[in-house]
Design a protein. Structure first.
Length: 467
């Protein structure tokens, strides 16, 4: 894949990647300079490009703006800098946006790139406060993402309710300390189907909670229900830079084999047909240009059926990591699928590039032909039999016939045209043959589970029907 053959014919999913110049001028895949593109799920997108502060999805209005700009950006050409002890930026959602309306909401996610100057406790990145009446009382609802002891802590207060209007608060905390003067990508999401809040930094899972009454997967799930529309404050009492702020109705799922890998920019190939069932990947070699700590992770999976590979992140077919070119466990099937996940060093400009992927695989052995074949003629008939090599019950047999040696294209006998599917039988009596005509025969085995996989033909036998 890639190289002189290009990527177009094998590209199934290309997420946040674009083409760049790679090895010897070949087209290579690298992380796109712009990490988000507005789509139907985008609720808010602020990129700060062109030194402008606006929501490119047109769902929010800027109501407070104390933004300074810097070219020390995470993506594109510009990022925002907060230098004040007040709110750097505030936006107010219009009706129909997640935070511009009231009532129940479904899945959502919030993400941004962050480069703090010092990480002082109390510095606030995201703050939303509203009020909602329930049980004849009015209570504040809060979403708060603030620094505490070098970590970023997310608090969801009075946001999640059960059917009886009981509320439960949830807190998620980064496991790792946030490093000053270094860009990091933050992504938090609520999945309404799974009933989870998940927090990622640089595509690695930091914390996860179940939004249930008992805090585990088997409790009664609570759902978010918003009160009065209220503004979102961004970078309050914070000193540092922020870039690429996104709120979305969708949740990016990750591959089961590696935590958070699909949150990174990634490429997933279309199913690759090896033309042979049971083919096994031996190794994967790639031309990658990456400066430490940037890198590319590779995964592969296989199936005997291509349709099982089209649902890239929900299919039950397991992804297997490729380490140092070798699969961690056996990957076998007729159809292969390859995924590559790109990780930069905290800034997309350090993106690794992928110019070519070579897959070395071993083809499964074809069914072996019968060792012996015998043809016994009689009046307008020939009984053909062959040795049984179907000891494990995996083979069926095809009988080929014709009237010339080496040309098995016979027609017009009672059992049908050549070849005749004999199933697992090791003999067949052919009728409706012409007396005095020599007929030639050969037998090939095929896989019962995959009838299009046919082995080499046996030696040839011949017979002349006579009265």
């Amino acid at each position: 894949m890639g190289g002189e053959s290009g990527w177009d014919d094998v590209s199934g999913v290309v997420d946040r990647l674009n083409y760049t110049e790679g090895y010897r001028g070949l087209d290579a895949l690298g992380i796109a300079a712009k990490t988000h593109h507005v789509n139907e799920n985008t609720d808010l997108y602020i990129s700060f490009e062109g030194r402008k502060v606006r929501d490119e999805s047109n769902h929010y209005q800027v109501v407070e703006n104390r933004v300074y700009f810097t070219e020390n950006e995470a993506a594109g050409k510009y990022a925002a800098i907060s230098r004040e002890n007040d709110t750097m930026l505030a936006v107010q959602g219009e009706k129909g946006s997640i935070f511009g309306d009231f009532g129940p909401i479904g899945s959502f996610s919030i993400e941004f790139w962050l480069c703090p100057s010092v990480c002082i406790s109390g510095e606030n990145i995201i703050f939303w406060r509203s009020s909602r009446n329930f049980k004849q009382y009015s209570s504040y609802q809060v979403i708060d993402a603030s620094f505490m002891n070098g970590k970023l802590v997310w608090k969801f207060t009075n946001l999640f309710h059960d059917v009886d209007e009981n509320t439960k608060d949830f807190t998620l905390t980064s496991r790792s300390n946030i490093m000053p003067e270094k860009w990091s990508h933050h992504y938090i999401c609520y999945d309404s189907q799974e009933g989870t809040l998940e927090y990622y930094i640089n595509s690695q899972l930091e914390d996860l909670v179940f939004t249930s009454d008992n805090g585990n997967a088997y409790g009664q799930f609570l759902t978010p229900n918003l009160g009065s529309p209220s503004k979102i404050e961004i970078c309050k009492n914070y000193v540092g830079a922020i870039d690429e702020i996104v709120i979305s109705h969708s949740v990016r799922h990750y591959l089961d084999t590696v935590e958070g890998s699909a949150l990174s920019p990634h490429f997933v190939s279309t199913p690759i047909d090896t033309k042979r069932n049971g083919s096994k990947i031996e190794r994967l070699d790639a031309i990658v240009d990456a400066e430490y700590p940037a890198y590319v992770l590779f995964f592969a999976r296989a199936s005997e059926y291509p349709y099982e590979l089209y649902d890239y992140d929900q299919s039950e077919i397991e992804w297997v990591e490729i380490k140092d070119g070798v699969p961690e466990k056996e990957i076998s099937g007729r159809y292969f699928q390859i995924a590559a996940h790109f990780f930069d060093a905290g800034k997309p400009e350090t993106s690794p590039s992928l110019s070519q992927v070579d897959i070395l695989y071993e083809e499964a052995d074809l069914p072996i032909p019968p060792v012996k074949i015998v043809a016994v003629p009689s009046d307008s008939k020939v009984e053909v039999s062959w040795s049984n090599n179907n000891f494990d019950g995996k083979y069926g047999y095809l009988l080929y016939y014709g009237t010339k040696s080496g040309e098995f294209i016979g027609v017009d006998i009672d059992q049908g045209d050549s070849p005749i599917d004999c199933g697992t039988a090791t003999s067949i009596t052919l009728t409706g043959l012409q007396n005095a005509q020599i007929y030639y025969f050969t037998v090939a085995a095929y896989l019962l589970d995959f009838p299009d996989i046919i082995g080499e033909p046996s030696s040839e036998a011949y017979a002349r029907p006579m009265r």
